[in-house]
Design a protein around this ligand. Structure first.
Ligand code: BTN
Length: 265
């Protein structure tokens, strides 16, 4: 397996027209999101990236951990100093999912990446990538840490993930060299987030939200979010999940853990 190499990734980013902050590599760290948060507090620039070969405390949303073994996958975090108002930051997390899904499609030769709202990337009804966006304040203003875990070469998962997780290798992906893949993921996220911010500023519907609608894995599925049960009915212009209840009324969900209602259509 090729080692992760920060200067190689920076070169690949420059080839794609992306010249942002430094790309730092750790052989092992607790969580790349924590590393980037620390860098942000020290005044690191927009676009600083930390990538780890392994994480000992990789986190997901809620109380979830992120399986982060060495030599196999991508665990990366990007510092984003948003131009969006804080009330619209949830849209940023949606754009990141779309950015990752677009790269996945390239390596799987077709539109196979779906998004389970808000931003889990699914292939073949299994989770391939997870995204954790954490917003904070520093002396330089608001910032977001965009964390992405992408399963690349893992072919066997711990028992609790074995039936729900997949990787690019398991899905039949090609050209899975991690340095190039890391640059593609960062460049695609940057493109999706920049497009989102510009569209919001100009009062247009962002293209990435159109793309998200086409990839909506929950559409038509029976879902439950807290007390609200119904059928996934799309994602609205503000990025909220729409749920159609049995009585035909709609509920729009801003955030929350989605569970699927087994056996209901
Ligand atoms: C989820 O699916 O709940 C989100 C998972 C996010 C995992 C990534 S791996 C890189 C970054 N560092 C972390 O600790 N978490 C994110």
């Amino acid at each position: 397996m090729t080692e992760l190499d920060g200067s190689r990734i920076a070169d690949e980013l420059a080839l794609r027209g992306v010249r942002l902050g430094p790309v730092l590599i750790h052989q092992q760290t607790g969580s790349t999101n924590d590393d980037v948060r620390g860098l942000a507090a020290q005044g690191a620039p927009h676009g600083a990236v930390v990538i780890a070969d392994a994480q000992t405390a990789g986190r997901g949303r809620g109380a979830h951990r992120w399986h982060s073994p060495p030599d196999k996958n991508l665990y990366l975090s990007l510092l984003w100093r948003p131009r969006l108002e804080s009330s619209r930051l949830a849209l940023l997390a949606l754009a990141v999912g779309v950015g990752v899904a677009r790269v996945v499609d390239v390596h799987l030769d077709g539109p196979r990446a779906r998004i389970k709202w808000p931003n889990d990337v699914f292939v073949d009804d299994r989770k391939l990538a997870g995204i954790l966006v954490e917003a904070s304040m520093s002396a330089r203003g608001a910032f977001a840490v965009i964390g992405v875990g992408l399963n690349v070469h893992t072919t066997s998962f711990p028992d609790d993930l074995a039936s729900s997780a997949t990787s690019l290798a398991l899905a039949g992906g090609h050209d899975l060299e991690r340095n190039r893949l890391a640059a593609e993921v960062v460049a695609s996220i940057v493109a999706a987030c920049c497009e989102l911010e510009l569209a919001v500023e100009e009062g247009r519907r962002p293209v990435c939200l159109e793309d998200l609608a086409r990839r909506d894995w929950l559409l038509g599925r029976a879902v439950r979010v807290g007390e609200c049960a119904g059928q996934g009915a799309g994602i609205d212009a503000d990025g909220r999940l729409l749920v159609r209840r049995a009585d035909g009324s709609f509920n729009s969900v801003v955030s929350g853990e989605i569970s699927l209602e087994v056996g209901r259509g």
